[in-house]
Design a protein around this ligand. Sequence first.
Ligand code: GTP
Ligand code: MG
Length: 257
Amino acid sequence: MNHAYADRLSKQEDAETMAKQVQAGGVRAVARVITWLDNREPAGTAVLKRLTPPDQRATVIGITGYPGTGKSTVIDQLITAYRRLGKTVGVLAVDISSPLTGGAVLGDRIRMQRHADDPGVYIRSMATRGQSGGLARATRDALQVLESAAYDVILIETVGVGHSDIEVVSVAGTVIALVAPGLGDDVQAMKAGLLEVADIVVVNKGDREGADAAVRDLREWYPHVLRTVAVKGEGIPELIAMIAEQQRLQDLAHASN
Ligand SMILES: Nc1nc2c(ncn2[C@@H]2O[C@H](COP(=O)(O)OP(=O)(O)OP(=O)(O)O)[C@@H](O)[C@H]2O)c(=O)[nH]1
Ligand SMILES: [Mg+2]
């Protein structure tokens, strides 16, 4: 047997083994495969090809909004709420901000750190930078890995600034656009782009001045607008209920198609 052939064969076996470990919910396998995919290593694709869809489809929720609107804080609260419901949670924090500023990775880590020891929670920052197409691709692939690992709920955080972001978040069954009062023109700008892909619009920092006005304004345009104070957990049960309702309607629509 020549070396190249033997090598290929053992790689196939490796991919097979990794795929099995991912599907058994092995966190280390999940992490490794996502790293391969994030780095665009062929080994990642090899595993991906061997993954079969889970029996039960995950609830996939995309959360997008300008920097600092409170996405990670909302996600942190959603993790707590879903864990109380007995659901396992996977989080993909997609950070497209400039490599110079370092983005929000550290902040995400700190904020969600309290869930780190919970085996029912897996939090992952995507490192892919640069090409927007690559980002959307890497996120989609990572999502497939988490789905195969059978997480019940998968949350994707992304900063809603560009087209690639909208592409990233559009893989989610439920897209939540987060705004904060006092952004003024930004909210106007978002109406044209981000809010268009949103199923639910959340006005976070509801404790701030102008929150009521923002909610009123947005309700003229969007049917599903909620106010939250994520730092206090206010509005989170309502948000969970709205997500469930939205997913239910979507399932109905799927079934009738
Ligand atoms: N007053 C107030 N502050 C909040 C609320 N939610 C979040 N914050 C604060 O807003 C800041 C930004 O929150 P993050 O959750 O990091 O926001 P983010 O959207 O994830 O930010 P990036 O990941 O950098 O885009 C933090 O200091 C939070 O504590 C809220 O409801 N009210
Ligand atoms: Mg964040």
